[in-house]
Write a protein that binds this ligand. Structure first.
Ligand code: NAD
Ligand code: IPM
Ligand code: MN
Length: 347
């Protein structure tokens, strides 16, 4: 059980510190953690956001626990040197194509949702975001047209096998939940989405027990705040999934609560909160570490099959929340390390 721990930038190291304390507390003998540099901090030390040594650690690990990368001071660097390339590079290099982003309201936290409490209470969604394709990884650049105007471009593509494998993840997840899969696309405008929809329909014949629907992404964004209880599993492309999952986080109360798993075929996965490096609150011990701690629970479950330990962590987080242990993002005043203390005490 070799876990690579990449803390990264901004609040990354603060929230990772608490997640590592939680993992340590479980005293799993076989589990070993190895640290590596990513993001702006890696760039400053080694001249690259994803140094070869880090990639080597990642490749030799069974799972990766990731904090966050991003530093607005690096926004003028050439794109391949920007901090975000660390996470994009790891996803691509390790073929971490299936991003699971669960969003569920904790009892008592419905008041913190941006939605009316009775609407918030109905939320129990698994967003499955394709993570290695789409407009993120197509040809891109800024070119000068014949008439001298600059033009930016990012090519959106999905090949059918890329859609097929994420569709299977979606259908299987739905089978293990309430049996409903909603595929979100923009097939009314985009050819990429038309192929996405066609392939999802083809795959659906293998899952007659799953109820499949298709919703256009603009409508999906609206339905997510109007009637989120209608969604069980959502499967969507890289870009739409990025946006809808941040939106879902505020529906459940805070982005500081949403964990994620980015899986390859098999059990290799990278686990990270869905939030970023939050430069506005970094270094103040006020970030909520729960999303990262819950990501550690997903790591134990999905990479190592340690369901009991995963549930121990999730129960401890739920119990801390139920006891009113809340960070500033949830209207409370508990600091990052105090939230870690509270969860450790409940383990
Ligand atoms: P962000 O998610 O970092 O922050 C958005 C807002 O949410 C901020 O107000 C922040 O303070 C708050 N927030 C985020 N996490 C929180 C937590 N755990 N507790 C309390 N509040 C929290 O998004 P942004 O500001 O758009 O991006 C900042 C940087 O992070 C950018 O450089 C971006 O590229 C990067 N980013 C990285 C990842 C990643 O590493 N996977 C994900 C998203 C953004
Ligand atoms: C996320 C982030 C990343 C993404 C960025 C930092 C590249 O927003 O993990 O949600 O867009 O995938
Ligand atoms: Mn995002």
């Amino acid at each position: 059980m070799k876990v690579a721990v990449f803390a990264g930038d901004g609040i990354g190291p603060e929230v990772i510190e608490q997640a590592v304390r939680v993992i340590d507390k479980l005293s799993i003998k076989e589990l070993e953690m190895v640290e590596g540099d990513v993001g702006a901090s890696a760039y400053r030390k080694h001249g690259h956001p994803l140094p070869q040594a880090t990639l080597d650690i990642a490749r030799s690990a069974d799972a990766i626990l990731f904090g966050s990368v991003g530093d607005f001071d690096c926004d003028d660097l050439e794109r391949h040197l920007r901090p975000e390339q660390a996470i994009l590079g790891l996803r691509k290099e390790l073929d971490l194509f299936a991003n699971l982003r669960p969003a569920k309201v904790y009892a008592g936290l419905e008041e913190m949702s941006s939605l009316r409490p009775e609407v918030a209470l109905s939320i129990d969604i698994l967003i499955i975001r394709e993570l290695t394709g789409d407009v993120y990884f197509g040809e891109k650049g800024i070119r000068t047209l014949d008439d001298g105007r600059r033009q930016g471009y990012d090519i959106m593509t999905y090949a059918e096998d890329e859609v097929r494998r994420i569709a299977h993840v979606g259908f299987k997840a739905a089978q293990g939940r309430r049996g409903k899969l909603c595929s979100v696309d923009k097939a009314n405008v985009l050819e990429t989405s038309q192929l996405w929809r066609d392939v999802v329909i083809e795959v659906s014949s293998e899952y007659p027990d799953v109820e499949l629907s298709h919703v256009l992404v603009d409508n999906a964004a609206m339905q997510l705040v109007k009637e989120p209880g209608q969604f069980d599993v959502i499967v969507t492309g890289n870009m739409f999934g990025d946006i809808l999952s941040d939106q879902a986080s505020m529906c459940v109360g805070s982005i500081g609560l949403l964990a994620s798993a980015a899986m390859a075929e098999g059990t290799m996965g990278l686990y990270e909160p869905i939030h970023g490096s939050a430069p506005d609150i970094a270094g103040k011990n006020i970030a909520n570490p729960m999303a990262t701690i819950l990501s550690a629970a997903m790591l134990l479950r999905h990479s190592f099959g340690r369901e009991a330990e995963a549930q121990r962590i999730e129960t401890a987080v739920a119990s801390a929340l139920a006891d009113g242990i809340r960070g500033g993002d949830l209207g409370g005043s508990a600091g990052t390390s105090a939230i870690g203390d509270a969860i450790l005490a409940r383990l």
